[in-house]
Design a protein around this ligand. Structure first.
Ligand code: AHM
Ligand code: MG
Length: 339
């Protein structure tokens, strides 16, 4: 008694990646190296976000991104950090970022076999208020003989070899999953500068009475979406309790909570945004893979499995319902009833 108990059997992300690689005899180490480059970009983006309010990085940078949203200085920095770390990994041939209108082709890496999609700082409208933001990423393996053009990226999420996201909150959290694998959560320990495995094999609750959406859009919603939300707020059965509502407005933060506590996150397509708001390649598909691998479901506004949706353009948008298996099933069932 008295002495501080210190756990010395810690699984860092670095160790985790090494052990994963060892499981695959055919692995060349390219994927592991790419993940190390990702890890560095998460650490540095987390660092700059924490410093931002101190050194006054926040504020408009005077340029706007491809879709006309105001782009903050930190968006530019986050994007630049991500791009340079992907390029210098030598393992990435092509990169799609929310902040870049065109796919970036790294001609200096002509033999690199991976393609990466990312939203370097998702939820950036929240930055000035110190609300959590994060990075969403997906990794595709290029087909044999692929030319490394953006057409190589117009693939369904079922082709993803890995995906995940970070949330830069009270501490930086990283959630990562590989194709057909489990979902693992890491927490950044600033003291030792490592992501530590704190949430091994994340399995989300089958159901939970929490919904998360921008209800201010309900004027524009289609009938089935309105009927669904009403059914959560005004339960028909005797003594039924209404759902709780939670909405941060940062997908990474709303998704992280939903993954841990259960419930549903929704950003449906509506009359104002008939294609939805969130992006298929680097927001919807990577999140859908994480949620499915954790036992949840993800569908678009047509109730198609999100991972099977093929974008026509790298920045295409989609409606999305993402969450606990039974909560998403409720949405699907109500849509079926409405025909
Ligand atoms: P961003 O990539 O420009 O930050 O936009 C995506 C964000 C998501 O994080 C969040 O779920 C959504 O937009 C919030 O939108 P709204 O403000 O319409 O509720
Ligand atoms: Mg985004």
């Amino acid at each position: 008694a008295g002495a501080e108990r210190i756990n010395t059997e810690i699984v860092t992300l670095t160790r985790f990646l090494t052990e994963e690689q060892a499981k695959h005899k055919e692995a060349t180490g390219d994927f592991t190296l790419l993940c190390h480059a990702l890890q560095f970009s998460f650490k540095s983006i987390a660092y700059y976000i924490r410093r931002a309010s101190l050194i006054n990085l926040s504020g408009l940078a005077g340029s706007s991104n491809t879709t006309g949203d105001d782009q903050k200085k930190l968006d530019v920095i986050g994007n630049d950090l991500f791009v340079s770390s992907m390029r210098s990994s030598g393992r990435v041939r092509i990169l799609v970022s929310e902040e870049e209108e065109e796919a970036l082709v790294f001609h200096e890496n002509p033999h690199a076999r991976y393609a990466v999609v990312c939203d370097p700082i998702d939820g950036s409208s929240n930055l000035d208020a110190g609300v959590s933001v994060g990075t969403i990423f997906g990794i595709y393996k290029l087909a044999e003989g692929a030319k490394g053009t953006k057409e190589d990226l117009l693939k369904p999420g079922t082709d993803l070899v890995a995906s995940g996201f970070t949330m830069y909150g009270a501490s930086a959290q990283l959630v990562i999953t590989m194709k057909g694998g489990t979902v693992n959560g890491f927490t950044m320990d600033n003291g030792v500068g490592e992501f530590i495995l704190t949430h091994p094999n994340m399995i989300m609750p089958k159901k939970r009475a929490i919904y998360s959406c921008n209800e201010g859009n309900s004027l524009y919603w289609d009938e089935p979406v309105k009927a669904w939300i009403d059914s959560l707020k005004y339960p028909q059965e005797e003594g039924g309790k209404p759902y709780s509502s939670r909405y941060i407005g940062s997908m990474v933060a709303d998704a992280y909570r939903t993954l841990l506590y259960g419930g549903i996150f929704a950003y449906p397509a509506d009359k104002k945004s008939p294609k939805g708001k969130l992006r298929i390649l680097y927001e919807c598909a990577p999140m859908a893979m994480v949620f499915e691998n954790a036992g949840g479901q993800a569908v678009n506004s047509k109730m198609t499995r999100m991972l099977e949706v093929v974008p026509e353009h790298i920045h295409d948008r989609s409606g999305i319902f993402l969450g606990s298996y039974e909560e998403v099933q409720k949405v699907i069932d109500i849509h079926k009833k409405h025909g």
